[in-house]
Design a protein around this ligand. Structure first.
Ligand SMILES: [Zn+2]
Length: 376
């Protein structure tokens, strides 16, 4: 029988929240000092902990016996909060309830003192979806909120939240989790829930999730359902991405100019179930990492060549996205790249001939632009 206890668990205290250390520390400090503003706003991409933090705060604000400002977990308010039917904590999804009447309902509820908890708490998710009149109605209450009322807003599109509302909130930007943090988190879940997860597989999931914990956990669940020994191959079969180790190897073959080997390497990835468009994106990312690494080493010769490969990849990316046969486009581009990596630098050769500039320019026009490496 599979055990997914930790895989399915949403953090219920600040100390369990992963990857948002600065924000968690600031919130813990504010709670401990009872320095609580009337409104909070959490913003960032999906699955980085906005709703989780909103619920942790809501439970703490409602708790009648807080410990260092945080929910005690045992009082009546905390127990009822866990059931999801706390009369003083109201959650509104602005994506489905955008109108002024929905907000008026909240405003009129603000007048009453809490029934079970210490405060009344209103969580409004995707607040950017509220209509203009709804925002205006909310603003009046935000300007002079009753002391027993707290607002917690969350949004994925902070640029759509009016400045007037923003300025009334303590706003926190929840950033996507770094790959290493997310991967480590997945490894710790595997350990607790007793299933195997290889380092490659956890990195592949973290990378695919783009820093979103929710997306990463969802992928991990799918993988564990397929096999309790989650390898990079298992993840590849779900997401279509190739093993990061194979991508590194492919780029090495390309930059070494090994056209045939690079071509075979791509063929192998595709036959193992990797998706051509995903591989293309992974290759772009890997090349970018290598460019950044080369910049730090200040190796101008290598950098020029890598940037040249980057230009080719960028130029062809539209083609792969719209291709009827993306596998063929990927294969052809890899051959093109490996060939290009091996081209002599025509400009450098001609420059060494001591010809004057107009003659050099004239000679260069005789070559297709794609094989003249751009000037540094
Ligand atoms: Zn409590």
């Amino acid at each position: 029988m599979a055990r997914f206890e930790n895989l399915s668990l949403r953090p219920s205290s600040l100390s369990q929240v992963v990857g948002q250390d600065l924000i968690v520390n600031a919130l813990a400090k504010g709670l401990a000092q009872d320095n609580i503003p009337p409104a909070f706003l959490f913003y960032g991409i999906r699955g980085v902990g906005k709703t989780t933090l909103a619920r942790i705060l809501a439970c703490s604000f409602a708790c009648t016996n807080p410990v260092n400002g945080e929910a005690c977990g045992t009082c009546r308010s905390c127990k009822i909060f866990k059931t999801g039917s706390h009369l003083d904590v109201l959650e509104l999804d602005a994506a489905s309830r955008t109108g002024v009447d929905d907000v008026r309902e909240i405003i009129s509820a603000c007048q009453y003192t809490p029934v079970i908890g210490r405060n009344k708490v209103f969580i409004i998710d995707e607040i950017h979806m509220l209509s203009k009149s709804a925002f205006n109605a909310l603003l009046k209450t935000l300007e002079e909120p009753p002391t027993h009322v707290k607002f917690i807003f969350a949004t994925t599109e902070v640029n759509k939240v009016p400045d007037t509302v923003m300025s009334r909130c303590l706003a926190y930007n929840l950033r996507p989790l770094p790959l290493s943090v997310l991967s480590k988190h997945l490894m710790s879940i595997a350990e607790k829930d007793v299933f195997m997860l290889s380092q490659d597989a956890s990195e592949l999931i973290a990378d695919e999730a783009g820093g979103s914990v929710r997306d990463a956990l969802s992928l991990l669940k799918q993988a564990v359902l397929l096999s309790r020994n989650v390898t990079a191959e298992v993840v590849t079969s779900i997401v279509g991405s190739a093993n990061p180790r194979d991508i590194k190897n492919l780029l090495k073959l390309i930059t070494d100019g090994k056209v045939y080997d690079a071509s075979i390497c791509v063929k192998g990835m595709l036959s193992e179930g990797a998706d051509a468009v995903s591989v293309y994106k992974q290759l772009q990312k890997e090349l970018y990492s290598q460019i950044i690494e080369t910049v730090s080493k200040n190796d101008k010769g290598v950098l020029t060549r890598l940037l040249y490969l980057w230009q080719i990849l960028l130029k062809q990316s539209e083609n792969i996205n719209s291709a009827t046969y993306p596998d063929c486009v990927l294969g052809a581009v890899v051959i093109m790249l490996a060939h290009a990596a091996d081209f002599p630098d025509i400009r450098a050769i001609i420059n060494n001939t001591n010809l004057n500039k107009s003659v050099i320019d004239d000679v260069l026009t005789q070559f297709p632009k794609s094989i003249v490496i751009p000037v540094e």
